[in-house]
Design a protein around this ligand. Structure first.
Ligand code: GAL
Length: 411
């Protein structure tokens, strides 16, 4: 394959002499079927960059909550990898502040990332003190509920078009032995589903007041009371799920054991691996069908500072490859996410990705929670939601009071 024509080369960021083929270890937490299929596209693109480079896969099983502490301790402990996934936002903030991460600003400028990026917030989420430290690779919106159409059609029920219809359909589903709402047991899942319910039920303004302005009065107020009541009901709807990982919960929906799941659009990777077609086998309702919107959550790759000059150059080649239009299309089609640039060929986009892109283009965009709340605050919310979701002993009102306390001291 032809070597990439690097703007970075012209800009003097890479040496003009032949670069040496380099192995680069890349850590990430993409281990489900859909995720593995997607990350294989990155590996393929890097291995074919024309320089003989090789992606050494450093997958860490157990999702982000397990992987991130391992990644961070390797970087702080002097055993850095060539590149690593984080959610863009604040997860790598302390690593950047400690001077451990590579500044990519010159590469980003030479390739005009700011001009092609689908939403400025994505680069903002990579930026600290005016410098860019990561390559955003996708837009993953959390704001979806995924519905198995056949579960409804086969049982003579109307396929719900919003959250309220879905809740109303739950007793009929239970009668047929179907779990209305699939829910796994990892803390981030219940916390994420709660966030989606907050946007759908309390609305975007209330969500922004709580998450952006840290307004504890709104968190303790009547709009959020409705969200907590809905969540208390949702925990009953999810009874019987009995699975741990998010993709096991998605699988309950795919196999018709459950009707729906609130989950980010990485769930779509699983539907695709199972050969399911958006709009035919499954539906996706943004903003729970009540307040259609997409959030600019997602993933980015960060590059720890390395002492080896060959590896340092290979890092820039990888950063370039991840942002390149062809890689963006190949990866995001498999991942279920939207590309971070819209100057690419989106003909193959499925019905759900098209819905997401329309919302993006219409400016119906929420910032990512990862950008607004520190990892510490997010951890406190996850702990509360884990407890709330796993036991009806914690009432909606008590959980709301504790939530408002967390927001009052959030950073
Ligand atoms: C998210 C990540 C997604 C997805 C998910 C489940 O943090 O942004 O890419 O894979 O975790 O593993």
């Amino acid at each position: 394959m032809k070597k990439f024509a690097f703007a970075a080369l012209a800009a003097g960021l890479l040496s003009a002499t032949a670069a040496s083929a380099t192995d680069l270890e890349v850590t990430h937490w993409w281990t489900s079927g859909g995720e593995a299929a997607a990350v294989a596209e990155f590996a393929k693109a890097f291995d074919n960059d024309g320089y003989g480079d090789h992606w050494v896969d450093g997958a860490i099983a157990g999702s982000g909550g397990v992987a991130r502490p391992i990644m961070i301790s390797r970087i702080t402990g002097g055993d850095p990898m060539g590149a690593t996934q984080f959610n863009h936002g604040r997860q790598a903030e302390e690593l950047v502040q400690a001077g451990l991460m590579r500044d990519l600003t010159d590469l980003a400028n030479s390739e005009h990332w700011a001009d092609v990026i689908a939403d400025k917030k994505l680069l903002d989420a990579c930026t600290l003190d005016g410098k860019i430290y990561c390559v955003p690779v996708n837009i993953h919106s959390w704001q979806w509920i995924w519905i198995n159409r056949h579960v409804y059609e086969d049982n003579g029920l109307a396929v719900p078009t919003d959250w309220n219809e879905f809740v109303a359909s739950a007793p009929a589903l239970r009668e047929k032995g179907i779990i209305p709402l699939a829910m796994g047991n990892q803390p981030w899942q219940s916390s994420g589903a709660f966030g989606v319910m907050a946007v759908g039920i309390a609305g975007v303004d209330a969500w922004l007041k709580v998450n952006q302005d840290k307004d504890a009065t709104v968190a303790a107020g009547p709009e959020y009371a409705k969200v907590f009541e809905a969540a208390a009901n949702a925990r009953l709807l999810s009874e019987g799920s009995n699975v741990q990982d998010w993709n096991q919960a998605t699988n309950l929906v795919i196999t018709g054991k459950a009707a729906a799941q609130i989950m980010g659009d990485w769930a779509q990777g699983e539907f695709q691996v199972a050969g399911q077609v958006a709009g035919v086998d499954y539906d996706c309702l943004p903003g729970l069908g009540i307040n259609p919107i997409v959030s600019t959550d997602g993933d980015a790759f960060y590059f720890p500072k390395l002492s080896d000059p060959d590896q340092s150059e290979a890092q820039l080649r990888l950063a370039h490859v991840l942002f390149a239009p062809d890689t963006q299309v190949a990866f995001n089609l498999k991942k279920g996410s939207m590309p971070i640039r819209l100057d690419v060929d989106l003909n193959a986009a499925n019905a759900c990705m098209k819905k997401g892109i329309e919302l993006l283009q219409a400016g119906k965009i929420l910032p990512s929670g990862n950008q607004l709340l520190s990892p510490d605050t997010q951890g406190q919310i996850e702990d509360l939601m884990t407890q709330f979701w796993s036991s009806t002993d914690l009432s909606a009102a008590d959980a709301q009071a504790r939530y408002a306390e967390i927001i009052a001291s959030a950073d």
